[in-house]
Design a protein around this ligand. Structure first.
Ligand code: GUN
Length: 292
């Protein structure tokens, strides 16, 4: 079993980006500037956003963190989105999800200028991704592809089962892995809560990607000997033995699945850091796409 070290791979990706930023600086070109908008004080979201800002520093990017109270109105948030769309200093930005219930998430994401949508969530960018046109591919699917590429894992002709059909991860990943690309050319099954005989479906997988947000959902009896296992889950569970009182748990029962797998991602330190590295790739791309 080989551990897919997302942390180390992300460090390499970020240092390659930092080199490119230095070159840009030497050539008098614009330095990438990412803004992150966060609403409320959900612990998980605050950690994710703090890590995104830290990654900007590592890459030599400028960054701006915009924090709002949980009570902000939808219109106020839409106004901020417009302001960011019109600000030539900001190259790309993200609105951290989930948003409070009184705000229509779809309305906010639709208002983001697709050219600054480094999360790749705008329908125009999702459409381009589906057609294989140049665009921002959302960070988690892009990070998983980057990790598979980095470890030279053969995907062509392989059966890939993705468990979870979210707009952010499962659904775009099913499209990307079925394309005539490398990584890609998989025979993809997108399993979800209504899938029958999930265990039998998963046992056919050469590559299994768990993205359902249910701790330890994928058990050893669902995984074929020698499968590649990618765990997207990051659920906080209380843990009194930890100083902070919680730990992150993936969707895969790592302890029992790892011995059966050929490659497996740990949680934390697998997909998470790759997601952030991919956001940095997209932010640099936001300048390159506009020839800045
Ligand atoms: N919430 C969970 N994942 C993500 C992500 O990739 N981007 C944003 N904006 N919010 C998220």
């Amino acid at each position: 079993m080989i551990l897919l070290d997302g942390k180390a791979t992300a460090t390499k990706v970020k240092s390659d980006i930092a080199e490119k930023v230095k070159e840009r600086q030497a050539n008098g070109q614009k330095i990438p500037h990412l803004a992150a908008v966060i609403v409320g004080s959900d612990g998980g979201s605050l950690t994710y956003v703090a890590n995104k800002i830290k990654a900007c520093e590592e890459c030599g990017f400028k960054s701006t963190l915009i924090q709002f109270e949980e009570t902000i109105s939808e219109q106020e948030l839409l106004d901020k989105v417009q302001e960011l769309n019109n600000d030539p200093e900001i190259d790309g930005y993200i609105v951290q999800l989930p948003l409070p219930k009184h705000i229509d998430e779809e309305k906010i994401l639709m208002a983001v200028n697709p050219l600054k949508d480094v999360d790749g969530f705008h329908p125009e960018n999702v459409g381009k991704m589906a057609l294989g046109l140049p665009t921002f591919v959302s960070a988690t699917p892009a990070g998983i592809l980057e990790l598979l590429k980095h470890y030279r894992i053969e995907t062509e002709g392989k059966n890939c089962v993705i468990v979870g059909r979210s707009n952010i991860v499962g659904s775009p990943l099913s499209i990307l892995l079925s394309k005539n690309t490398n990584p890609g050319n998989c025979t993809v099954t997108l399993a979800h809560s209504k899938t029958r005989n999930l265990k039998e479906v998963c046992l056919k997988a050469d590559i299994i990607i768990a993205a359902i947000g249910r701790p330890n959902f994928i058990t050893a009896e669902m995984v074929r000997e020698g499968a590649v296992v990618i765990d997207v889950g990051t659920t906080r569970v209380t843990d009194a033995t930890r100083e902070r009182g919680w730990r992150l748990v993936g969707d895969v029962d790592f302890e029992n699945v790892a011995p059966k797998s050929s490659y497996i991602t740990p949680v934390p330190g697998g997909v998470g850091p790759m997601t952030i590295a991919s956001l940095m790739i997209n932010t640099l791309k936001s300048l390159e796409l506009r020839n800045l």
